[in-house]
Ligand binder design. Structure first.
Ligand code: SAH
Length: 330
């Protein structure tokens, strides 16, 4: 759990006859950025040595770390069974420190523009493996925001995603500053609506009509636009929090002004705020839209009363787009 493997930690503590509060003690140290058991000075020295010998401090091994000129840090890890996991720390000028984590190694969905979608699916990550990505960066500096926008579809691993999220406030990340991004996996959206955690919902939309969306996101066949948007509207009605729509800007594919008008017709401005995402080229054959095309697209949305911002790009010099490091290391 530190994010030592929780079960192994509990077993080891039980075997040594430790009081029940020890596991919490270990976790609290880890959540505040401790670099190992030796730093946990309120644990008996013998126990620290024993834990160091028997319970690995992280469920992930760091394989590579890349630092961008803009401050972005991207890490590539391996799980105990050799699966690739990537996570990114984004540092913003206003002081925000946002961690982007993976929920799966690889992804079973096959969005055609996404580097992760071209990899083989590995498996769901455990709650410990999710938290260990965060703790890696927490050991570098305090962090306050988190998005599930790394590899994988978080709604297909929602139990572990929510288990990990429950512990985030102790690391410094409130639920309101936590976001889950989804392709529109409807059962997951509904479960998030029902959950007790006020986590932000973000929807990767990327196209304003079914035919195009199915072409670039095959999952749209299973959960078409109307059903996805109905689930998001229900989420808004129940939770009273705006849903963020992510819209990747692909040159000549989804970036024409009529497509912006269509998008504006589709989205109720009370419910949605749009984030236009400049595409990070990944060798999948797509090109990103020009700055001018993005600006025009945004202007059309705003003319229709829909709030739209252009996402800052981070870490382009270090292949920070979804799946890029892992796809190259695979
Ligand atoms: N499966 C979830 C979360 C992971 S992807 C989802 O699809 O929302 C997180 C975001 O990164 C998605 O909006 C995805 O479409 C986007 N993305 C994927 N590849 C990208 C790339 N090369 N450049 C920019 N954004 C990308």
């Amino acid at each position: 759990m530190a994010h030592v493997d929780l079960r192994l930690l509990d077993e080891t503590l039980n075997a040594t006859g430790q009081p029940a509060f020890r596991a919490r003690q270990v976790w609290r140290w880890a959540a505040r950025g401790a670099t190992g058991y030796e730093a946990m000075t309120d644990l008996p020295a013998g126990l620290r040595d024993r834990l160091a010998a028997e319970v690995p401090f992280s469920s992930l091994a760091l394989e590579r770390e890349a630092r961008s000129a803009d401050g972005t840090v991207k890490a590539l890890f391996r799980t105990g069974d050799g699966r690739a996991v990537e996570a990114v720390l984004m540092r913003y000028r206003d002081g925000r420190r946002s961690v982007c984590v993976s929920s799966q190694s690889g992804c079973p969905l096959t969005c055609t523009f996404c580097a992760t979608g071209t990899m083989k699916f590995g498996r769901n990550l455990t709650a410990s493996e999710i938290l260990d990505q965060v703790l890696h960066f927490r050991r570098i500096e305090p962090v306050d925001h988190l998005v599930f926008m790394g590899m994988g579809e978080p709604m297909m691993n929602l139990d572990h995603v929510l288990d990990a999220s429950r512990r985030l406030p102790e690391v410094g990340i409130t639920h309101r500053r936590t976001g889950i991004s989804t392709v529109g996996w409807v059962p997951g959206i509904r479960r998030l609506t029902e959950s007790d955690l006020p986590i932000r919902l973000a929807l990767s939309l990327h196209a304003p009509e079914d035919a195009l969306r199915t072409q670039i996101m095959p999952v749209n066949d299973r959960y078409p636009l109307e059903e996805v948007l109905a689930a998001c509207a229900e989420h808004y009605e129940r939770r009273r929090r705006q849903v963020f729509v992510e819209y990747l800007m692909l040159a000549g594919v989804n970036d024409a002004p009529p497509q912006a008008r269509r998008l504006a017709e589709l989205l109720d401005p009370r419910i949605y705020k749009v984030n236009l995402i400049p595409y990070n080229p990944t060798g999948t054959g797509y090109e990103g839209s020009s700055r001018a095309a993005i600006a025009t697209f945004r202007a059309v949305l705003e003319e229709h009363g829909l709030r739209a911002t252009v996402r800052l790009t981070c870490g382009q010099d270090i292949d920070a787009a979804c799946g890029q490091l892992a796809a190259r290391a695979a």
